[in-house]
Structures are given as structure tokens and as C-alpha cells.
Design a protein around this ligand. Structure first.
Ligand code: SF4
Length: 345
């Protein structure tokens, strides 16, 4: 028997938290830039050097960086109704911006100061007057994949969206929604398009081209998505969500096994085993380890019996307990002899 090495943490917050990066097309050339710490206004954020400097001294890159910082400040203060990425792209397409950018290097100090004022006014106007249309900046797709609804079933049946690109979130599973700050536990299952490993980015987003690879066949939630107005998505949330019961209605044996898996490997059991472990410290990891082994064995056994390919398992059985343990501050380490050790992260 291997013991847990440290006391597990409480359930950690965000699923798939990641460093934010912005991609800007501000001069017609895509450039990726890390977002630096931001402050409440343009000059504050520019740190000591920019706070004291004048636009007259900025080169083109610094002007662009400071403009992005200005966008970030507006979004953070709730002065813009759309994400930073969208503002960047919208302003980047404005002819006034393009003209000023093209002439920036040739402007003298006084002209740059005036040009900077024009740019701030331009930014304010775009933040206030958002075009009620999707400009395909990709920002929504980078921050979460869609949850499927029964209306999407035809897309799956017609193989417009491959089943091996889906994942089931099971009843009782801890999840993080884009709207909520804290994770919550699902009352019923959901089927989602998968997200990239370690990110919240939809697997169908082509992040180089800012394009959806299945745009013509995108799910209903993506069609309703509007970063400037959430009313359509809120309305859609009242419609039924797709479940494995809909998807595998013609395969009763599989549905029976899914039900069996849900009962025997319910999240309440995982939660109970983790709480017990937390109460007893490192002394009694057996229940949790046994549950992990059992769940894995169940998946492997059923998959082998029914010939379920590896890449379909996240849809058929959802995410494994072992995959979800990091949410609880625990990982599983496999020892040289094949045994497992729980390690706090
Ligand atoms: S399916 Fe397409 S539109 Fe929907 S989130 Fe993914 S990339 Fe974006």
C-alpha cells in the first residue's frame, strides 16, 4: 500500500486556468503579445517610464502596446461591452487607425500627441458603438467550447461534427462556467466540444486564421453567441441540452452500461473519498485509490467488450476520475512497480 504524501488541497477554482494572450491584427499583421499587468488607465499602466513619457517619444510598437493597454483598462472598468480582442480587431480595421499607423513614424512629436488623442477618441467610440455583428475575432472560441443542445443532434448524425471531438461532463461533475467565478456541480450531464489540452480553446478554432473549422456546421450555441448581447444565449439555455441518452438512443446496451458506470462511479463517491482523505490526512488513501482503479477498470473492460475506440471514451464515459483529480489538488503518480501514489499538487 502506498500512502499519500501530503494532505490534498480543497477543490481548486477554475478549470483550465491559463495565461491570457492577445492576438492583435492592429497593423494588419498578426502579432502575439503577452498581456502585461494592467492598471486603471493608459498612463498608469505604462509603468514608470511610460507614465512619465509623452506619446511624442513613442515608436510605433510602444504606441500599439499602450493602445492595447487602454483597451484592457476600458474592458476592466466595464466601459466596453465587448472583449479586448474584439476591440483590437475592430479598431485595427478602422481607416483612421490604419492611416495614423502608416504615418506614425513620419510624425513629429506634436503631431504624435495629437494623433494619440485621436486614437483614444477612436477607441472610446468603438467601445461605445459596438457593431451588432460577429467580426470573428475568435475571442469567444478561445474562452470555452460550446455545450451541445438537442438541436445539434442532426449535425452529429450527419457526421458534420465528429463524435471523437466531444466530451461528456457527467452529472455531479465539478465544472467552471464562463459566467460564474466559482466551480459548481452539474445537476445533469452535458456534452461539449472538446477544448485544447490545458486551455479553454475550442478544438475547432484555427487560431492562426481566426477561423472556425466547422463554421457552416457550428453548433446552435455558437450561432447564438453574441459578445455584445447575451440575450440570445440566455434564451437558448432554456432549451434542452443534448445528453448521451439522445445520442445513443439506438444502442440500449451501451446506455445500460453508461447508467451502470454513472451509478457505480458517481461523483458523490469521489467527493466522499476525497473528503475522507482530507479528514484522515495521509493515513488512508486506500478508498480513493480503489475508486480510481475501479473506475479505470470499468472503462477499460466495457470499452474492450464493445470495441469502443480510445478517442471515443471521453464521450462515452466522460472524463476519468484520474483526469479530474488535479481539480482537487491531487495527482496520481505511477511507481516503478506499477502501483499508484497520490501526490498533493
Ligand atoms: S465550434 Fe467554431 S464557432 Fe463554435 S466555439 Fe468552436 S471554433 Fe468557435
Amino acid at each position: 500500500m502506498k500512502g499519500i504524501r501530503e494532505r490534498p488541497h480543497r477543490l481548486l477554482g477554475a478549470l483550465g486556468r491559463r495565461e491570457r494572450r492577445h492576438v492583435t491584427q492592429i497593423n494588419g499583421v498578426k502579432e502575439s503579445m503577452s498581456v502585461k499587468p494592467t492598471t486603471t488607465n493608459m498612463t498608469d499602466r505604462s509603468t514608470s517610464s511610460d507614465a512619465l513619457s509623452s506619446p511624442a517619444t513613442w515608436d510605433k510598437q510602444r504606441m500599439r502596446d499602450n493602445l492595447v493597454a487602454h483597451f484592457e483598462g476600458k474592458v476592466r472598468r466595464g466601459e466596453a461591452r465587448v472583449p479586448v480582442e474584439r476591440l483590437i480587431m475592430q479598431v485595427g480595421r478602422d481607416s483612421l487607425f490604419q492611416d495614423l499607423l502608416a504615418r506614425w513614424d513620419g510624425l513629429d512629436g506634436r503631431q504624435r500627441v495629437n494623433a494619440w488623442r485621436d486614437l483614444l477618441r477612436l477607441c472610446d467610440r468603438h467601445a461605445a458603438e459596438v457593431m451588432p455583428t460577429c467580426i470573428r475575432c475568435g475571442e469567444c472560441c478561445r474562452h470555452g467550447s460550446p455545450t451541445l443542445q438537442t438541436e445539434d443532434l442532426d449535425l452529429l448524425r450527419a457526421n458534420r461534427i465528429a463524435l471523437d471531438q466531444l466530451v461528456t461532463l457527467r452529472r455531479g461533475e465539478p465544472v467552471q462556467s464562463q459566467q460564474a467565478d466559482r466551480p459548481f456541480f452539474l445537476l445533469d450531464e452535458r456534452i461539449k466540444i472538446r477544448e485544447g489540452t490545458g486551455t479553454q480553446e475550442c478544438v475547432f478554432l484555427d487560431s492562426e486564421q481566426f477561423a472556425c473549422r466547422i463554421y457552416q456546421d457550428r453548433p446552435v450555441q455558437c450561432r447564438a453567441q453574441a459578445c455584445w448581447d447575451s440575450s440570445a444565449t440566455q434564451e437558448l439555455a432554456q432549451q434542452p441540452y443534448l445528453t448521451r441518452r439522445d445520442l445513443f438512443a439506438d444502442v440500449p446496451l451501451l446506455l445500460d452500461l453508461i447508467k451502470e458506470h454513472d451509478q457505480r462511479c458517481a461523483f458523490a463517491r469521489l467527493d466522499g473519498a476525497i473528503k475522507k482523505l482530507a479528514e484522515n490526512g495521509a493515513r488512508e488513501p486506500d478508498e480513493l485509490l480503489e475508486l480510481l482503479n475501479y473506475e479505470e477498470h470499468f472503462r477499460d473492460f466495457v470499452a474492450a467488450q464493445l470495441n469502443i475506440p480510445e478517442d471515443m471514451r471521453p464521450l462515452v464515459f466522460g472524463r476519468s476520475f484520474a483526469d479530474l483529480l488535479p481539480l482537487y489538488g491531487i495527482t496520481v503518480r505511477i511507481e516503478a512497480d506499477g502501483s499508484r501514489v497520490l501526490v498533493a499538487t
